[in-house]
Design a protein around this ligand. Structure first.
Ligand code: NDP
Length: 293
């Protein structure tokens, strides 16, 4: 049976499934988080840029579950990159979340045109790790060349690289680079949400191959996609605000895809991303102020 936990490269356990809260409005976030924790999730993925960290913290407190039993992940936005600025970004996020320590703190994007700032931000994460303020550090949307640049200039190998990854966009080169360096690949838009809420030509939820595999197991296309990631050893952070879907997305530990079914899903890759090209991220185009706590 697939493990419910993934061991990171520094020995820290991370629950393989987390609840994502990108585009979850602040007023819906506390309920989504308490509902997820009620049905068994023990991992929440937010970001300073989602502007709902306060409500995530409130959901954790309201759940009544011991803080130490919940794996809390958040991200530093590019506007807070730089050594001192990123140390301060931790303070802002921790205060909004209402916690002393963050389990996994990651850089939300590389800034290819200001890689110096990206490196300074990562060095701040290394300091926070050394100080015990975070239990693990990582990156998001880092392409192999960004990983190489980071690994050549810093000491701590990221524990996680969170990237767009669903059946229609699988980024094999990034996955390979992650694996070679002992970095866990964490899939954002793991059920291809971005193929529905952005105007993509086709949505993963309507994919005939996925629907047929789902039928064979008496499961949904979303559950099949999540299972596919887990059997590949990846972490997933599906988002929903709807209680039934939050429960559905966690109910994936009682069936197993065959080798042929996994290969059929692997073959759905189109090579076309839904999100922004990581090389196009600049402070000028994507910068935004992250409020003080
Ligand atoms: P997901 O693949 O998680 O899909 C979410 C979408 O699918 C929502 O529209 C949701 O709607 C719907 N949905 C959820 N469950 C089901 C289901 N069982 N059946 C049918 N529809 C469903 O996409 P996201 O882009 O939200 O990615 C997940 C998380 O990844 C984010 O919340 C965030 O934490 C992270 N992320 C990180 C990024 C980065 O740059 N690092 C970028 C984007 C996302 P509804 O809520 O109405 O159920």
């Amino acid at each position: 049976m697939t493990e419910t936990k993934i061991v990171l490269n520094n020995g820290v356990d991370m629950p393989a499934i987390g609840l994502g809260v990108f585009q979850t409005p602040p007023e819906a976030t506390t309920d989504a988080v308490t509902e997820a924790l009620r049905v068994g999730y023990r991992h929440i993925d937010t970001a300073a840029a989602y502007l709902n960290e306060r409500e995530v913290g409130e959901g954790i407190r309201r759940s009544g579950i011991d803080r130490d039993d919940i794996f809390l992940e958040t991200k530093v936005w590019i506007s807070d990159y730089g050594y001192d600025a990123t140390l301060h970004a931790f303070d802002k996020s921790a205060a909004k979340l209402g916690v002393e320590r963050i389990d996994l703190l990651i850089l939300h994007q590389a800034l290819p045109s200001r890689f110096d700032l990206t490196l300074d931000a990562y060095r701040a994460l290394e300091q926070l790790l050394a100080d015990g303020k975070v239990r693990a550090i990582g990156v998001s949307n880092f392409m192999p060349e960004h990983l190489d640049g980071l690994l050549n200039a810093t000491d701590v190998v990221p524990a996680v690289n969170q990237i767009e990854l669903h059946p229609y966009f699988q980024q094999p080169a990034v996955q390979k680079a992650d694996t070679e360096h002992g970095i866990v690949t964490q899939a954002w838009s793991p059920i291809g949400g971005i193929t529905s809420y952005r105007d993509a030509p086709k949505s993963t939820f309507q994919d005939p191959t996925l629907l047929e595999i789902a039928r064979q197991h008496g499961k949904s296309a979303a559950q099949v996609m999540l299972r596919w990631h887990l059997q590949h050893g990846r972490s997933v952070i599906p988002k929903s605000t709807k209680p039934a879907r939050i429960a559905e997305n966690f109910d994936v530990f009682d069936f197993e895809l065959t080798r042929e079914q996994i290969a059929a899903i692997d073959a759905l890759d189109t090579g076309v991303r839904g999100g922004p090209d990581p090389d196009s991220i600049t402070l000028e185009t994507f910068g935004r102020d992250i409020p003080e706590a």
